[in-house]
Structures are given as structure tokens and as C-alpha cells.
Design a protein around this ligand. Sequence first.
Ligand code: KG4
Ligand code: ZN
Length: 335
Amino acid sequence: MTLILALETSCDDTCAAVITTGGELRSNVISSQGIHDAYGGVVPEIASRHHLELANAAVDDALRRAAATLDDVGLVAVTQGPGLVGALLVGVATAKAIAAARGLALAPVDHLQGHVAANFLRIGGAAPIMEPPFVCLLASGGHTLLARVERHDGFEVLGRTLDDAAGEAFDKGARLLGLPFPGGPALERLARDGDPQAFAFPIARNLEGLDFSFAGVKTSLLYRVRDLGADVARERAADLAASFQTAIVEALALRCAQALERTGLDRLAIGGGVAANGPLRARLGELGVTLGIPPRELCTDNAAMIASAARYVEPLAFPDYLALDAYASGERALA
Ligand code: KG4
Ligand code: ZN
């Protein structure tokens, strides 16, 4: 009874993972639902249906890869929110069923806390990627915020995006450049052949505090593509992608530097899908502080991070979680 089994189904990835109660990663299964590419974005109802089809197989696979069975599991964890509520409900119902069948406790986990907690994982017997205190940049498709992490079980928000999330900006920018969804990885690939200085895109600098804004850079790309015309924009797509990516990376790096200065902390961790971005990872390396950079598969949505966060959540004993509900929005909404 030394393992934690976790499920994460907040968006379009059906994820299950196993870690030890000491935070050592044992398996991390991520089944991406390629189906949404055809629609240019995640279709919530389709995501829920696919979670339903994939959840049990993902759990089986996670246990198999961990060389474990349910007999070895002492705690079941699941993302409770925020996310697509129908998608979340599939994970919550599956986790409840597994836990109830075994009389196990269940830990409801906040998705954002999960992204932070990816940094507490140990891989291959190594020390945790990062331990508090640190500043954490969370940049995903739905959220972009800077957190001050002093404890394992919560964080203080120092600043957040006032409009689009960084991942959303990548996705919308990619769409303008005719790239497939999800846009971040595709735009990063295209940008490798481009000149990051070819076009100047705006970086929102004069905001209050440590907030972000990505609506301007997205609109600026829209106008630039229009001004160039379809043919030239297609020819210059790599330059546009590289320049656009640079503006987002610089905006994120600028705020990270300011957050480190304001908090007096010299340790920076990152999480969320955008943290998988190579140029962002390289740019943050230039800040001259201790960096906590999880492997890419622990930055994008995964269940290992949910298992990791569950180590610091008060678990609900059977049968207290049977009426547990998912929540679609908000942060740290655990009641
Ligand atoms: O954390 P995540 O997997 O799901 C959410 O909770 O949103 O983040 C997904 C977001 C998408 O917007 C995707 O385009 C972006 O992360 N992303 C990237 C990269 N990989 C994923 N953005 C930039 N560069 C990448 N390599
Ligand atoms: Zn996420």
C-alpha cells in the first residue's frame, strides 16, 4: 500500500500515473486525443466521450508500467478542477469507482496546484526537481500566472494574465499562420527556421504589478499577416513564428525576472504546457537563478503531477467522497 494512483482528465489528454508516497515517479501515461485537430480546438463533448473510452485503459497501463496492481495502491488522486466540467467528471467518477471498490481514500487535487507540484517529483532516485521556496511560472492553454510557492500545499498568486493565456496566444498565433492545433509545439517547430528579429511584436511592459497581457501581441500578428497578404505571409511564416514566439518568451521572462527581484527569491520553477517550449526554457536559463525545469511530459497535462500534489492534500475517507463534484473554474477552490 505504498503507491498513489492518479487520474487527470481536465482537458483533452486522458492521463493516469503512479508514484510512490515518497514522490518517486513510477509511471506516467498520457493518451492525447488527436481527434480535436480536425476542429481547430478542443470540443468539450468529444473530449468527455473519449475520456470515457480511454480512462480504464490508461489506468491499467499506468499500473502495468509501474509493475504494480491495485493491491499496491493506498490512495487514489484525481483532478477536481478547473477544466472542462464534463471531462473532469469522467476522471472524478472513475477515481471514485476505483477508490470505493477498494475502500481507499480519495484526494481531490486542483489542476494548477498539480502543475506546481510536478516540481516536487523525484525521477530515477534523484532529489525533487525543486522544493519550496521558489517562484513558479505557470503557463498553459487556460492559465498564465506567477506564483510564490512557500509550502507544498498552496501558493500565492503574484500576477496573472489580464486576457489571453500564453498557450492560448501560441494556439491563436499558430492558427493565423495556418498551423494545426495545438499550436504551441507546431509554432515552435516552424520558428526554428525563422529569424526572431524579422518582425517587432509588442511586449506588454507597463502593466500594474506582475500581470501579463497577450491580447496585443496576438492582434499585432493578425494585422501583420493581413498587411503582408496571404502569399507573402505564407512565405515568411517561419520569420513570423520566430518573432511572435520571441515576444511571448520575452514577456514571460521579463515578469519572471521581476517576480524574483520582488520576492528576493533566487529559485524559479516552471509548469504548464508552455513550459515545454525550448526557447522559453533556454531564455529562463539566462536569468542566472536556480531553475526547476520538469521534463516536457511533466509540464504539459499529466497525472503524475496530480499524484504529486495529492501527497499534500487531506484525503477524503470512503465513503465521504461519493458526492464529490468537479469545478470548472477558479483557483484553489478546494472546499
Ligand atoms: O498545461 P497544458 O498541457 O494544458 C492546459 O492546462 O491548458 O497546456 C497546453 C498549452 C497549449 O496552449 C499548447 O499550445 C501549449 O500549452 N504548448 C506549448 C508547447 N507545448 C504545449 N506552447 C509553446 N511551445 C510548446 N512547445
Ligand atoms: Zn494544465
